[in-house]
Design a protein around this ligand. Structure first.
Ligand SMILES: [Zn+2]
Length: 138
């Protein structure tokens, strides 16, 4: 599966089958957060940009969802710190992802936790932990 297919949401990267385009209420116990591409057998899904059929990243199964949460928990406090210095949320997040793209040796447009696999999420945790620890000590 190439990147274009992976980020289209149309195919499941775990089993290779086509996904279905359904309301997220199907996986969030009746609460809707917009539409998703879903592979029911793999319990893997990805959300879309509001009002479009454009996937936000790659399909994630339960294991990847856990790692994405961990990656966000380590990464988000770092760029949010910049907001205390007068940056907007958008600017601060962009600066954070720019740093991450350099550290991970990825093109900026492919640097988003929603696009990462388990290994890349683990790398985010590894990269951010020393800074996070420093932040917590201050
Ligand atoms: Zn699947």
């Amino acid at each position: 599966m190439d990147k274009q297919q992976l980020f289209s949401g149309i195919f499941c990267p775990y089993c290779g089958n086509e996904t279905i385009f359904v309301d997220s209420a199907q996986v969030y116990h009746g609460k809707s957060y917009g539409m998703i591409y879903l592979c029911r057998p793999c319990q893997a899904w990805v959300g879309v940009h509001r009002g479009t059929n454009q996937a936000l990243g790659r399909l994630a199964n339960a294991e990847l969802r856990r790692w994405k949460q961990k990656a966000h928990a380590c990464f988000d406090p770092l760029w949010k710190r910049k907001m205390e210095k007068g940056f907007t949320k958008k600017e601060a997040r962009k600066a954070g992802y720019r740093w991450l793209s350099i550290e991970m040796n990825l093109p900026f447009e492919e640097t988003h936790i929603g696009m990462f696999d388990v290994e890349q999420c683990q790398k985010v945790v590894e990269l951010c932990t020393p800074y996070l620890n420093r932040l917590l000590l201050n």
